[in-house]
Write a protein that binds this ligand. Structure first.
Ligand code: CA
Length: 186
């Protein structure tokens, strides 16, 4: 498990726009390579938007999603397209809500469990979290859950400030579809 600096986690708190819903959230970050990302198909019943909190250039290089979650395993998917070859970081996340409206910095995690992540149009490693989270990096305190899963044991428990991330290589102009199973987690 690779740890990224606390500064990154703090920045994530500022970036996100939470509606305090039990939403799964998968973000796509291509700002390192300056690759512009366009949503081809948003998640069913959910949203996929560029990052309005970033500047005009980076806004187009980042997509955030929101997908309503329940306590039952559900499959979701969305598609995007890059304008040139490059690297895109997939971030498996959830949201948060304030513990107390008067203390907005005191966050309560909305934990989401993910399993069986599949990517069409690019290569992803260990999308089923089989036996470990090999292939995935993380920051904050995500949890590898060895005794739960969609079909086979092994899943990843994350929230907004504790995501699991993996970089994929995409081809410009090619549709990439990410499908995944998710549910709320305690
Ligand atoms: Ca699994």
């Amino acid at each position: 498990m690779k740890l990224v600096s606390k500064a990154v986690v703090a920045a994530v708190v500022v970036w996100g726009a939470s509606l305090y819903a039990d939403d799964a959230r998968i973000d796509l970050d291509a700002t390192n390579d300056g690759v512009n990302l366009q949503t081809v198909k948003a998640p069913d019943n959910g949203s996929a938007d560029n990052a309005s909190w970033m500047d005009d250039a980076k806004n187009k290089q980042y997509i955030h999603t929101g997908i309503p979650a329940t306590g039952e395993w559900t499959q979701g998917s969305f598609s995007f397209k890059a304008d040139k070859d490059g690297k895109v970081t997939i971030k498996l996340m959830g949201e948060w809500r304030p513990k107390d409206e008067n203390k907005p910095d005191d966050l309560e995690p909305v934990w989401i469990l993910y399993d069986d992540i599949d990517v069409k149009g690019a290569e992803l490693k260990n999308g089923g979290f089989d036996g470990s989270m090999d292939g995935w990096d993380s920051y904050g305190e995500p949890q590898y859950v060895g005794d739960q899963g969609h079909q086979k044991p092994g899943a990843m428990k994350v929230w907004h400030n504790s995501p699991a991330v993996q970089e994929i290589t995409v081809k410009g102009g090619q549709d990439v579809t990410i499908s995944f199973w998710y549910k709320t987690a305690k």
